[in-house]
Design a protein around this ligand. Structure first.
Ligand SMILES: Cc1cc2nc3c(=O)[nH]c(=O)nc-3n(C[C@H](O)[C@H](O)[C@H](O)COP(=O)(O)O)c2cc1C
Length: 335
């Protein structure tokens, strides 16, 4: 039997305890997309969401967005995504935003990209939890030593940065919990609730989604963009920038093909690619719905995104699917 949305039992894990959330589900930062509207919808549905700080590069803009999210979520806790770039110029912007995160006493940050070590003391001082996102267990072990509160491991299937080692989610899910003491969250290719049950069975404390949520009604993107995600199978994602050792899973479009062409020509310097990596193109694509241009993070779990729906509907169904999978397992007889 499928439980009703307001009656389904809550699954308690170290992640739900750490963040004080109802469901062991994180909806990760989405550059240009994860704003107050979307993140408030996620936390109102009992999961944890993250406003992407770099989407609001002016500190006052970020403060306004945080206030808006507080208003929309009735003061519930929410998070901020801090992408630490390997490029120093991008991190200069990040430093100003860090001050905002500290002043505003945000509950939790999702860090990704570079080493979070240098910012951990600042976050701890402000009582902010740190979840660091990595593409392989060896980076998770370094993050644990640096003092993070939890780690998210993303597999090769993920939208965005799967890491140059391209380890699959199934391997990460069983491997990471055996090697780490902090809570482990599994991401990469997740969009069906049965995967939450599987991740918990393998020792993880929760899951993380990005691509599956791109069709949320609350997401500020053109309906033609969401329609493209619905039509997508995930097989239309490709990995570019492997030449720069910055593997990036995106929607296969003209920009992605132009990057691949340069890679095939053997171009190795960032400058050769800069005009195509420019975030302006992606921002325009989300706003106009013209998805042939821009480097648009997009992963294999697009196969689960079949309709534009409110976040609460997507997550309620996801939890129901996870409970059905749990019942399926408990109903299996041993021989
Ligand atoms: C459109 C899009 C934008 C993203 N932007 C960011 C970002 O700014 N910072 C970040 O840490 N991760 C970003 N990610 C990665 C997600 O937070 C998450 O780790 C990933 O989507 C999980 O894998 P999945 O796409 O298979 O669900 C983005 C992903 C997508 C699909």
């Amino acid at each position: 039997m499928v439980p009703q949305s307001n009656t389904h039992p809550k699954t308690r894990t170290r992640l739900t305890d750490l963040l004080g959330i109802e469901h062991p589900i994180l909806c990760g930062g989405l550059m240009h997309l994860a704003d107050a509207n979307y993140v408030a919808a996620v936390v109102n549905a009992g999961a944890m969401g993250f406003i992407s700080a770099l989407t609001f590069p002016d500190p006052q803009q970020l403060r306004n967005e945080i206030q808006k999210c507080r208003d929309l979520s009735g003061g519930k806790s929410f998070g901020i995504n801090l992408y630490i770039s390997p490029r120093q110029d991008a991190n200069d912007r990040l430093e100003k935003l860090l001050t905002v995160v500290q002043d505003e006493k945000i509950a939790v940050v999702e860090t990704a990209g570079g080493n979070p070590g240098p910012i951990i003391p600042l976050m701890k001082e402000a009582g902010i939890k740190v979840i660091h996102k990595v593409p392989a267990v060896r980076f998770a072990l370094s993050a644990e030593r640096a003092g993070v509160d939890a780690v998210s491991l993303v597999g090769a299937e993920c939208g965005g940065h799967p890491g140059y080692m391209m380890v699959g989610s199934m391997v990460q899910a069983a491997d990471a919990p055996q090697k780490l003491s902090v809570p482990v969250i599994l991401g990469g290719g997740i969009g069906h609730g049965s995967q939450l049950t599987a991740a918990l069975a393998m020792g993880c404390d929760g899951i993380l989604m990005g691509t599956r949520m791109l069709v949320s009604s609350e997401l500020q993107a053109h309906k033609d963009y969401k329609q493209r995600v619905i039509e997508g199978t995930g097989l239309d994602s490709i990995v570019v920038q492997s030449t720069l050792k910055n593997h990036h899973r995106v929607l296969d479009n003209q920009t992605a093909q132009a990057i691949l062409a340069l890679e095939n020509e053997g171009k190795e310097s960032y400058e050769d690619y800069a005009h195509l990596l420019n975030g302006k193109l992606s921002k325009e694509a989300y706003a106009s719905g013209k998805t042939d241009q821009g480097l648009l993070d997009y992963g294999q779990s697009a196969c689960f995104a079949n309709a534009i729906e409110p976040v609460a509907t997507i997550l309620t169904r996801f939890i129901q699917e996870s409970l059905i999978a749990k019942e399926r397992l408990s109903g299996m007889n041993t021989l």
